[in-house]
Design a protein around this ligand. Structure first.
Ligand code: PGA
Length: 252
């Protein structure tokens, strides 16, 4: 199974019900007739997931959640479980986004639980990780990324990797307008693939999709996506505009 290209839009805490529908309808029409070279995924907020699933039915657009709780169910006020996502036909969940790590204190140990729960429930996981600016400045970026991956994912069994998508997102590039250069992205993606190869062998490492995230825009998408170990992108700001997101999808 060869790895797939993926362009995923992380809408974060944006778009009410009406705006969600407007954006989906806009995307549906702008993608009509285009031969897609990638999977297309959108991640609206929890309250709009159900309506997003209904209005994308029969289209190429897939819907992902932005987070979930690690427990099966119970007294966890305000939280959402994997079963609840599955029940509304969600197949994918983003875990480990840097905003979850920074603002909600999610660390490796918790993320490992979340990933394990998601996989046990047969959800696909888009696992995000990446270094801070200070890590890069102090030349620690490879070590940081290695530990984020090892601590959370390297106890998985080889066959569980078919439900893992990686999203390398250097924190200094998220929402800042600053992008890693295509060479910096390729260098890190190749490093990530080599770590997986060492742990699991070439079959797993060649099959896993590794997305780049952090200020991907229509103007830089093509060059980043052209790199051999970059299999698409996780797009924040630019996924909120039909035209920008469509251009990024076309860039792959
Ligand atoms: P950005 O966000 O594209 O707005 O930088 C990316 C992300 O947070 O996934």
């Amino acid at each position: 199974m060869a790895r797939k290209n993926i362009v995923a839009g992380n809408w974060k805490m944006n778009n009410n019900a009406t705006q969600t529908q407007e954006l989906i309808q806009g995307l549906k029409s702008s993608l009509e007739g285009i031969t897609l070279n990638s999977r297309v995924v959108i991640a609206p907020t929890f309250v709009n997931l159900s309506s997003a699933v209904s209005s994308t039915e029969g289209t190429a657009i897939e819907v992902s959640a932005q987070n979930m709780h690690q427990a099966d169910s119970g007294a966890y006020t305000g939280e959402i479980s994997a079963d609840m996502l599955k029940d509304i036909d969600i197949q994918t969940v983003i875990l480990g986004h840097s905003e979850r790590r920074t603002y909600f204190g999610e660390g490796d140990e918790l993320l490992k639980e979340k990933v394990n729960t998601a996989l046990a429930k047969e959800l696909e996981v888009i696992f995000c990780f990446g270094e801070l600016l200070e890590d890069r400045k102090s030349d620690n970026h490879f070590a940081v990324v290695e530990s984020q991956l090892k601590n959370v994912l390297f106890d998985l069994k080889a066959d569980q990797w078919k439900n893992i998508v990686l999203a390398y997102e250097p924190v200094w590039a998220i929402g800042t307008g600053e992008t890693a250069s295509p060479e910096q992205a390729q260098e890190m993606h190749a490093f990530i693939r080599s770590l997986i190869e060492n742990q699991y062998g070439a079959e797993v490492s060649e099959d896993v999709s590794i997305l780049y995230g952090g200020s991907v825009k229509p103007g830089n998408a093509q060059e980043i996506f052209s790199k051999k170990d970059v299999d698409g992108g996780l797009i924040g700001g630019a996924s909120l505009k039909v035209q920008d997101f469509t251009e990024i999808i076309k860039a792959i």
